[in-house]
Ligand binder design. Structure first.
Ligand code: SAH
Ligand code: DHB
Ligand code: MG
Length: 221
């Protein structure tokens, strides 16, 4: 079974289940034109994030790692009219492209984009009593996963769903002796979830257009 098959099956899922979506296609085209790396979630994964938000009934969502806002838009679409998603991005160019994409997708009113190191934005959100969030998606610099999970628990309430992207990494997650900082960060997410009494979680391995990776998903008690 090859990556080509996984990508073709992802195409099948999109064709079989999703409406044509020129707005989201335009977002990916804008990201490409602006030189952003193609590391957004896949369409099927974006839809999963959107469904999880709806299943949770999320009104307040927090995202760490915006890029061009592709995942942000999927989650924003799951919000009720009076809902809001706060998304945190370090890179000013990524943020500029994301802002324009939010306008293009018609979600600007529901998105608050904060530019700067996420750890600083999280401290400011906490100081400003921005929480609790109903769903939190962590998808930024992987070595900071434990720090982001720690802030996520502080900005949560019982029932908050926390999702952490890229925790399988082609299976490299099982390599405990390695020094790849991204793998260390992935393993740290598992250790954090196991070690925090308020969190109960699992991980799902995914294959598809983005290769072999996965999400960790936890609920706050
Ligand atoms: N969630 C996006 C992809 C995010 S890619 C999607 O699926 O569409 C990871 C993003 O995290 C990049 O844009 C990168 O600039 C940002 N990032 C990296 N380090 C960061 C930090 N310390 N604080 C905030 N954002 C950071
Ligand atoms: C990378 C980052 C991501 O968040 C992702 O989903 C895929 C790849 C990366 O930094 O290469
Ligand atoms: Mg990711």
């Amino acid at each position: 079974m090859s990556r080509k098959t996984w990508a073709a099956v992802d195409d099948y899922i999109v064709d079989a289940l999703f409406e044509a979506d020129p707005a989201l296609d335009a977002v990916l085209a804008a990201n490409r034109d602006e030189g952003l790396p193609p590391i957004d979630v896949s369409p099927a994964q974006g839809k999963l994030l959107s469904l999880l938000a709806r299943i949770r009934g999320a009104k307040k969502i927090l995202e760490i790692g915006t890029l061009g806002g592709y995942s942000t838009i999927w989650m924003a679409r799951a919000l009720p009219m009076d809902g809001k998603i706060v998304t945190l991005e370090l890179d000013p160019h990524h943020a500029k492209v994301a802002r324009s994409n939010f306008g293009r997708a018609g979600v600007s009113n529901q998105v608050e984009l904060r530019v700067g190191p996420a750890l600083e934005s999280l401290a400011a959100l906490s100081a400003g009593n921005a929480g609790p969030f109903d769903l939190i998606f962590i998808d930024a610099d992987k070595p900071n996963n434990p720090n982001y999970l720690s802030w996520a628990t502080r900005l949560s309430r019982p029932g908050t769903v926390i999702i952490c992207d890229n925790v399988i990494r082609d299976g490299a997650v099982i390599d405990g002796g390695g020094h790849d900082a991204n793998v260390v960060g992935a393993r740290a997410a598992f250790s954090f979830i196991r070690g925090d009494k308020r969190l109960d979680g699992t991980a799902i391995q995914t294959v598809g257009a983005k290769g072999y990776d996965g999400f960790a998903i936890a609920i706050v008690s």
